[in-house]
Ligand binder design. Sequence first.
Ligand SMILES: [Zn+2]
Length: 198
Amino acid sequence: MALTIDAEHPDGSRCARGNCLRILDELDRVGVRATFFLQGRWVTSHPQLACEVAKRGHLIGNHSHYHARMPLFTASGQISDVTEAEEAIRSVVGVDPRPWFRSPFGAGLDDEELTRNLGRLGYRNVPWHVDGQDWEANRSARQVEESVVRGILSANGAQIVLLHSWPDQAAEALPRILARLADEGVEFITVDQVLNGN
Ligand SMILES: [Zn+2]
């Protein structure tokens, strides 16, 4: 499975600070390399944390600048949003996020115009197969854990899993998700290993 973490401004105010660092520490502890999609505005407001993600060796992608639903932009709006995020990631983190892009909310994954505009900028839009739904305020860490573990174990072939950098449930569920899947013999890879060759 390829674990992807969308690192962005939180959707809710109830999450504890430091969850992103907790996630990074857990990934380090068990030696798992993940893929982090960084929101441009999050990078500029959390430069040290954004740099830490790269320093620890994770694969970096672009998660837009304003975290809007991409199909709501005009073509030039899409291009300037994606470019702005790329510039923030390159200047703050020192990494080129291309070709990996993730649409906020998964909006426009099948949108031909968005796909074309992303392609012009050198990006591929990365979907997910298993959603931990960790962004839902009412879901417990245990529910997030079960969604991911069952989603992976019931599927065939490489699966991309979505979690976020900020929810308490993500930070809390991650150690058990990784331990249970490792026990089942699941191999942890990054999105380039899932999507290259497709
Ligand atoms: Zn997002």
